[in-house]
Design a protein around this ligand. Sequence first.
Ligand SMILES: Nc1ncnc2c1ncn2[C@@H]1O[C@H](COP(=O)(O)OP(=O)(O)OP(=O)(O)O)[C@@H](O)[C@H]1O
Ligand SMILES: N[C@@H](Cc1ccc(O)cc1)C(=O)O
Length: 375
Amino acid sequence: MDIEEKIQLIKRKPTEELLTEENLRHLFEVGIPMQHYIGFEISGYIHLGTGLMAGAKIADLQKAGIKTRIFLADWHSWINDKLGGDLETIQKVALTYFKEGMKQSIKVMGGDPDKVEFVLASEILEKGDYWQTVIDISKNVTLARMMRSITIMGRQMGEAIDFAKLIYPAMQVADIFYQGVTIAHAGMDQRKAHVIAIEVAPKLRYHPLEWKGEKLKPVALHHHLLLGLQEPPVWPIESEEQFKELKTQMKMSKSKPYSAVFIHDSPEEIKQKLRKAFCPAREVKYNPVLDWAEYIIFREEPTEFTIHRPAKFGGDVTYTTFEELKRDFAEGKLHPLDLKNAVAEYLIELLKPVRDYFEKHPEPLELMREIKITR
Ligand SMILES: Nc1ncnc2c1ncn2[C@@H]1O[C@H](COP(=O)(O)OP(=O)(O)OP(=O)(O)O)[C@@H](O)[C@H]1O
Ligand SMILES: N[C@@H](Cc1ccc(O)cc1)C(=O)O
């Protein structure tokens, strides 16, 4: 596969932003061994945003011949008070429920879970020279900038926080350099940490990204944030500007129960959640059900997506591209309930291997049910 084909794979849906394509091409050209990573805090259940969007991109990266890694951010979860801030519980969940859940998600999106390396943050954080990199980064970024970056932890600016949370962004940036990552991957909400990484790259003295004497910058790869199923906090949304402001509140999030479908949800739960979903007729801009259709079902185009309807409502209809589906919905030719049912059916089928896995191996889910999930 040539460089341009690899870049196309990396850029395809659900990628929303690549910083930058030129730099990615440069890294391929100089021949540095390519290392991807995506980090996760360990907290509640894995939802479709985390599992399927990350899984899909991991599958693309593997097809482009890139080494993929999932970074289980145990210390970061402790700092951010996840799972009661108990490091032992966090590690246990990371290596059981989370690892297996992510493996299954990657598989259903066409990736090879056995080719993904899972690394626990504490394995590298306990090495003394990791902290040299944290300080090196901190020396090159202002306090104000770090404070603005706490949004990467799902916290708001100005929220009362303990001091450990201020160290977190520098750690996340250090994770990239310390692991020799060339492609730092996450959802769009993580871009602040990645932009800092790109900016400080040329200034680092310890563990810079270096190849054949040249200091290089990592690439940041951000996937689309799947919308949550709940009604937006403000409706109607008047402008693109307003949408941008509301976007973090509109994304699927495990802390908002009805916003998310979890990878292990039963067929009945999936149907129920979709039935209650926000999906106004003819609305194609801020519509989570269409958003899921676009990024999950029509990630591969052309594809065949059939909506079953009784003859009196127009009979079955098959779409091969998202544009066709969107047009019919906008024109009122496709009823929200028919769309919801069809998307639910698709997800039930897609996630069947995940459910089967957890049925055969119930311990990780049982562990999760015992644990009090916080934030
Ligand atoms: N809705 C989503 N769609 C796609 N990716 C997502 C979504 N939500 C989170 N991610 C990505 O998954 C990773 C882990 O995010 P995180 O654990 O904060 O999920 P979350 O559901 O937002 O959690 P919380 O509800 O606790 O804020 C990040 O890279 C983030 O960008
Ligand atoms: N900040 C990320 C988790 C993370 C932590 C450390 C990293 O190196 C990378 C990612 C999140 O909230 O989802």
